[in-house]
Design a binder for this molecule. Structure first.
Ligand code: ADE
Ligand code: ZN
Length: 330
């Protein structure tokens, strides 16, 4: 039978998705027009043509520039609702969505506006489609730990209103030169507050950053982590402790973490007993949503249907859902 139909039919959780990275060029242009913001591209096609990246930083430059069209509560709502519709179409039962408040507060957008728009879309989507959503507030690692503490302080009063959705803390942006150690104190504080913890590590940075994210930040999941293979002892630890990796194959390809999807270590990690999951990262920029990532890997790496089902099952198991809800999806 048809590979896409099979992948769409697997109950899946998406665990590594930056909501700002789901902003498609068409909506980006519409929001720019609505908000009277001039864009350095004449057309949607010209913008899309600029999505050719040499590394993580060349992507981040366009990703942060694109986010400047997000101004009002309605903008954040529209962006999030568009993603939730795509997720439902891909057979996603649950999404754990990262957002970068500092990208917006740094431009004068109130953190209340960011939370309100995203949360309204998640609640409406859950009611109308049944797809559930959690939020992971992510600190930008190119900024200081002091700025992360200030962002946390600004967000904490909103926990009362959004605590059912905002369950976690993450760490993203430029990895090299911004090691986990830089955020050890703020992560310890977030852990004490009862947040679930994740961090990007081992995407462009070395395996040592994955180890340090586990030991110094006490994270429960690693976002990416594909370079963990470079340290056999670390790899064994990931297997033994069943620490989930949220792998994003099309992202790795577009950001030239590898040259060809056939060189991706996803299949090797899975067959070696690592708790790997497949995710889309920034689907508007990398040319595919989560089902596209499963399909591209099935084709490039020769994954069997059993292996695709195992990846989907891993995504449910590695989610932060309460076990009664996981059970219903497994
Ligand atoms: N922010 C959005 N996508 C990211 C990625 N793949 N790595 C680090 N920071 C990001
Ligand atoms: Zn990411």
């Amino acid at each position: 039978a048809d590979l896409r139909a099979f992948v769409l039919g697997l109950p899946k959780a998406e665990l590594h998705l930056h909501i700002e990275g789901s902003l498609e060029p068409e909506l980006l242009f519409e929001l720019a027009r609505r908000n009277g913001i001039a864009l350095p591209y004449a057309t949607v096609e010209a913008l899309r043509a600029a999505y050719a990246f040499g590394d993580l930083q060349s992507f981040l430059d366009l990703y942060y520039a694109g986010a400047r069209v997000l101004i009002t509560e309605r903008d954040f709502y529209d962006m999030t609702m568009a993603y939730m519709r795509r997720a439902q179409a891909d057979g996603v039962a649950h999404a754990e969505i990262m957002f970068d408040p500092q990208t917006h507060t740094g431009r004068g957008v109130a953190i209340e506006t960011v939370f309100a728009g995203i949360a309204r879309a998640l609640r409406e989507a859950q009611a109308s489609t049944g797809v559930s959503g959690y939020l992971i507030l992510s600190f930008l690692r190119h900024l200081s730990e002091e700025q992360a503490f200030a962002t946390l302080a600004a967000a904490l009063p909103l926990r009362e209103q959004y605590g059912d959705l905002w369950i976690g803390i993450g760490l993203d942006s430029a990895e090299r030169g911004n090691p986990p150690e830089k955020f050890a104190r703020v992560f310890a504080h977030c852990k004490a507050l009862g947040f679930r913890l994740v961090a990007h590590a081992g995407e462009e940075g070395p395996a040592a950053y994955v180890r340090d994210a586990l030991d110094l930040l006490q994270v429960e999941r690693i976002d990416h982590g594909v370079r963990s293979e470079e340290d056999p002892a670390l790899l064994q630890r990931l297997v033994d402790a069943q620490i989930p990796l949220t792998v994003c194959p099309l992202s790795n390809l577009k950001l030239r973490v590898l040259r060809d999807l056939r060189d991706h270590n996803l299949a090797r990690l899975l067959r070696g007993g690592v708790m790997v999951t497949v995710n889309s990262d920034d689907p508007a920029y990398f040319g595919g949503y989560v089902a596209d990532n499963y399909i591209a890997c099935a084709q490039a790496l020769g994954l069997s249907r059993q292996e695709l089902a195992a990846l989907a099952r891993n995504s449910i198991e590695a989610s932060f859902l309460p076990w009664e809800q996981k059970e219903k999806l497994l």
